[in-house]
Write a protein of this length. Sequence first.
Length: 423
Amino acid sequence: MDRFLIQGGSRLHGDVVISGAKNSALPLLCASLLTAQPLTLRNLPPLHDVRTMLKLLAGTGVRVSEDPTDEAATLQANAVDRLEAPYEMVKTMRASILVLGPMLARFGEARVSLPGGCAIGQRPVDQHIRGLQAMGAEIHLEHGDIVAKASRLRGATIATDMVTVTGTENLLMAATLAEGTTTLLNAACEPEVVDLARCLRAMGAQIEGEGTDRIVVHGVEALGGAEHPIMADRIEAGTFLAAVLATRGDVFLRRACAEDMGATVQKLAQAGLEMEIARDGIRARAQQRPQPVSLRTAPYPAFATDMQAQLMAVNAIADGVSTVSETIFENRFMHVQELRRMGASIDIDGHTAVVKGVERLTGARVMATDLRASAGLVIAAMTADGETEIDRIYHLDRGYDRMEDKLRALGAQVRRVTSGATQ
Ligand code: EPU
């Protein structure tokens, strides 16, 4: 299992290119199931989760041709013969559920292993299932699999009980090929949903209202091929911004899109990060110890749960006290115990953490527990006195593209240790 060894104390400086967004790439790859024509995705990040999704789709019969030099892949679903997402795939990546809507809409059936709980929370998929049932699908559970059938999905008005990102994406994709009009109420407004809608529209879908909580989809008989550039990863960009602030660095984040990152940019500015928004990216710099910023995670456009751990790391070294409330996932504070091992002073009271900033963290052996928790630990480690060893870095590889290479190019002292060897 890979580990990171990080020597704290370097200030980040230079240029970094922000990759395509993981949480946009995953639904977009599944959108290939909606058409027999080729779908080309550019700016596809070479991440572990993207590999898993490509493998899952290839297993159904989707033809995949990759152009790694161009970070692009073309997918063609003209010979799909296995309408399923097996347990082995779903257990390693919950986003596998995103094949359910497209398969059902185009082929009239799907079998997708029911995702279990995960490290950050229970994460049920009941809203995906109820939405598809409202569109006429017959769904039952069989040996741990969701088994779904529908001769043709029908448009419906669906109000989800809570805002769900992949739930909205699944229902949006399903609705493109349904008979009649589907209205999604309480829809997720996340930029990744907007990116998906744009691609679906380029494929011939009729969609209005993406980016708002009411999306209207007029179903069509068939969709065609398209070429789509995946949006820049706003969470990767936010992670680098937080790292610049924590290390008092000076970095240009090429391709970062400030428009998609309102709440993150606002909180980081309050914490003392100076930013200049340019057409092709964001220049960020900091010279002083961060100011504490209190925050509460909530669906977009509020502060993203996927940035909570990184801001917690910044608050851990800030000049004062802050509160961090997590409202999306019930167990997303696991990085707190690890940050405490590094000398952070954090108390948890229910869904709120009270963070008393300390002048300096100290290097320690810590464990990554999920993707964004790992990113928070990397930020903390870069500010700490001495060396930090972060175990289970595979979490990070799921969602950050060559993070250690990017950080090293900015002057950080990060080494990956692979089963006894150092790189
Ligand atoms: N929920 C239900 N029932 C459902 C669906 C969701 O109860 O049917 C609950 C969840 O348990 C959670 C809340 O609703 O408490 C919101 O979950 P959501 O469905 O929005 O999360 P998701 O779609 O499974 C995506 C991202 C996550 C990100 C969340 C929240 C992808 C592939 N994943 O997950 O990304 O944290 O939205 O913004 O888009 C990450 O990248 O590290 C990550 C975890």
